[in-house]
Design a protein around this ligand. Sequence first.
Ligand SMILES: [Zn+2]
Length: 101
Amino acid sequence: MHHLDYRNLGHETYWWDVLVLSPAAHDWLIHGLLSGWKRPRQQKHYPNLPQRLAHNWGRLPCSLKMLLVAAIFVALGASLSSNHVFGGGLGALIFILVLWL
Ligand SMILES: [Zn+2]
């Protein structure tokens, strides 16, 4: 359980004030990589910019996240291939395959 901020302590709203994260995502990513492995109290500013980006990503509804990730795959496919329509389709296909795995 990860607190995005401590303003509503005791009256937290799920997926707004607190996120339910896997221990790996929580310890390694949010309080590790994004903070330089510092606890919130040791940070000069908590949350810092990368953490705020991650927090807002975490607040997005799941369907919107999927849509954004799908859009990134399609855009990546379209820009990497000389035939943009084919590349975009391929990107969409790879996204669907990744979902299945
Ligand atoms: Zn936390």
